[in-house]
Design a protein around this ligand. Sequence first.
Ligand code: ABN
Length: 181
Amino acid sequence: MSDIIVNRLMEAFDRAAEAAFRRSAQAIGRRSALGAIGKLLVGGAVLPVLPFDRSGRALAADAPKAEAAYTDCDYWRYCALDGFLCSCCGGSVSACPPGAEPSKVTWVGTCHNPKDGKNYLVSYNDCCGKTTCGRCLCNGNVGERPGYRMGIHNDINWCMANTQSMYHCTVSVLVGVADGK
Ligand code: ABN
């Protein structure tokens, strides 16, 4: 296509577009544009005083603490935990700190949650592969039995079955409801 034909086509497009814009400007008009702006302004002034449901804020204030924040031995899930709390060692209630891995074997205790009145099975996995954490030592013994019954004794290094058997800290993982109450 020669340059002249391309230029003519472009001019034709320009004219068509300009005509379309002019037609729509006349149809919509300055008044209706002002009206739309006015509605936006009024809406912006009225909306903030409308009654909003702010209950979410109250619920957030009552929300459970972040898992890492449970650093006291008397937290209900620690009722049968014998060891260092992973939540004091860079992990959380149920997660090992970076660089440590959960034990392949564990002991499962039963703890009572005072908030809902139910009993829960809690798996106390040791976290393995780092030197002993040494912070927040707890010695919960609810439901524990002497060492000759190994499966229900908590004073054991459960890292024994891991490749890295060094004990670092212990997590409390909820396994399920114990009695369906
Ligand atoms: N299960 C916690 C633990 C680890 C090493 C030694 C005793 C108890």
